[in-house]
Design a protein around this ligand. Structure first.
Ligand code: NAD
Length: 474
């Protein structure tokens, strides 16, 4: 079995420790042990991150870029081995695991080269005075990444921090730790100086409560649920730490009657089944114009029922298991509630087998607004399809929740597209496709979905501070 040893990484050294089991969601077997960091380990990581920052901020941007690009090239070379570990621990099919790893490498490469262009400004001033704005790395970062994207989510945080000249303590997911271990190993092998990147695991609440207040830590970045995000944001506020919060979503999909309902249903199945719907930008609430509603809903259900669900190591499988038993419980609860309120089950609806966390792509139609699934992020393979009369009604419904991460729309009309771009309340709107973000674009939410951006020029800025140097010639 190609599952790596999971260790802590502090000050350039790997450290074994006892901890908790890592479970394969396809068969519930134990893959390995994820170590628990002690307070002493966290103190070591804090001291190392401060020393690492002192070295890294003075390393030339060209040298920093070279090391990050070397790590990215090692990741590309190791994609097959990394993908197997990811499928084992997280469940997604191998081809999706490979895509995630390649995407992680894309992000590292894009941020690394953008790090060369963190320009400041000279502000015109009176004779004898010069105002210069310097973009400086903010300092050691405490990063918390989730279990749904074991490599690209921590990769995004590491890419931003290191490209801007910061050091980082990464607390990655205990449930899917191999992605972060392999990411860090690539940096170790690429010659990253000790202390610049540190990796810990343990009790998430204990670690965040210990790290966030520390004076050494200058920025918090968290990807995960809204309740936890609010807790960490509150703590960050109390200790005056800026934060990037990438929280949950409940993405609407507006399907206008000027598109082909069958083609849109086919791409919706691909979009919804990606990572078994365990994606913060997963398309969930489908608002379809009445005249194509039946055709779209039936085609969606038919294609969903044809998806092959199984162990992601099997190359013919299109959707793997859910990553943990909590997601099965959530799917069962939300489906039962929606059914009891009158929703129609067009496809799926109940767990597959009782070993491994398999749940089919489930399509519910005519789901009333008071069904819990219409308001609570399912974070699983659940699609809710409802008719709307027109674009106004669709936009109103799309914006009706406190979430605002991703939104999607399908239309051939430039008029509709402009209207959607103006009025949809979300950090990311994708028109006629289901890709919410790429390396070069900023990604993040509005409303309860969080604040700050990752990726693109905007993302890197969050890891810097603008310092104004006002110099009078004497
Ligand atoms: P959860 O709320 O218990 O945990 C969410 C994440 O936060 C996990 O990675 C967990 O390790 C971490 N976490 C929990 N408490 C923490 C703390 N006090 N300090 C630091 N980190 C902490 O939920 P869960 O069952 O693991 O995940 C399900 C929910 O999380 C989903 O409904 C979804 O909304 C959300 N989620 C979102 C994303 C995303 O990409 N935005 C990713 C994973 C999970």
């Amino acid at each position: 079995m190609n599952y790596p040893d999971i260790e802590l990484y502090i000050d350039g050294r790997w450290k074994r420790a006892s901890g908790q089991p890592v479970i394969n969601p396809a068969d519930e077997s134990v893959l390995g042990t994820v170590p628990t960091a002690t307070k002493a380990d966290l103190d070591d990581a804090l001291a190392a991150a401060q020393r690492g920052f002192a070295v890294w901020r003075r390393t030339s941007p060209a040298k920093r870029t070279q090391i990050i690009l070397k790590a990215a090239s090692l990741i590309r070379a190791r994609v097959d081995e990394m993908a197997v570990a990811m499928t084992l621990e997280q469940g997604k099919p191998l081809d999706q695991a490979r895509l995630e790893i390649v995407r992680g490498a894309d992000i590292l490469e894009w941020d690394a080269t953008e790090g060369l262009r963190l320009y400041g400004r000279i502000i015109p001033s009176e004779e004898g005075m010069r105002h210069s704005v310097l973009r400086q790395p903010i300092g050691p970062v405490a990063a918390f990444s989730p279990w749904n994207f074991p490599m690209s989510s921590p990769g995004r945080k590491v890419a931003g921090a290191l490209s801007a000249g910061c050091s980082i303590i990464l607390k990655a997911s205990e449930e899917t730790p191999a992605g972060a271990v392999q990411l860090v190993r690539a940096f170790h092998d690429a010659g990253l100086p000790p202390g610049v990147l540190n990796l810990v695991f343990g009790n998430p609440a204990e670690i965040s409560e210990y790290l966030i207040p520390q004076s050494a830590i200058r920025l918090i970045t968290f990807t995960g649920s809204i309740p936890v995000g609010k807790k960490l944001a509150e703590m960050a506020g109390r200790y005056m730490k800026p934060a990037i919060m990438e929280l949950g979503g409940h993405a609407p999909v507006i399907v206008c009657d000027d598109v082909d309902p069958l083609a849109t249903a086919t791409s919706s199945v691909a979009g919804k089944s990606r990572n078994a719907g365990q994606v913060c930008v997963s398309p969930t609430r489908f608002f379809v114009q009445e005249s194509i509603y039946d055709k779209f809903a039936n085609a969606f259900a038919e294609k969903a029922a044809q998806l092959k669900v199984g162990d992601g190591l099997d190359p013919s499988v299109q959707m793997g298991p859910l990553a943990n038993s909590r997601r099965i419980d959530a799917m069962e609860t939300l489906v039962a509630d929606a059914k009891s309120k009158g929703a129609r089950v067009l496809a799926g609806g109940s767990r597959i087998g009782n070993r491994g966390y398999f749940f089919p792509l489930t399509v519910l139609a005519d789901v009333p607004d008071d069904a819990r699934a219409m308001r609570e992020e399912p974070f699983g393979p659940l699609a809710l399809v409802n008719p709307v009369r027109n674009l106004d009604e669709a936009i109103e419904k799309a914006n009706s929740l406190p979430y605002g991460l991703a939104a999607y729309a399908f239309t051939r009309s430039a008029h509709n597209a402009h209207r959607l771009a103006d009025d949809i309340e979300a950090g990311n709107l994708s028109i006629n496709h289901f890709v919410a973000s790429v390396a070069e674009t900023p990604f993040g939410g509005v409303k309860d979905s969080g604040y700050g951006r990752e990726g693109g020029t905007e993302g890197l800025q969050y890891y810097t501070v603008a310092k104004n140097v006002s110099h009078k010639m004497i």
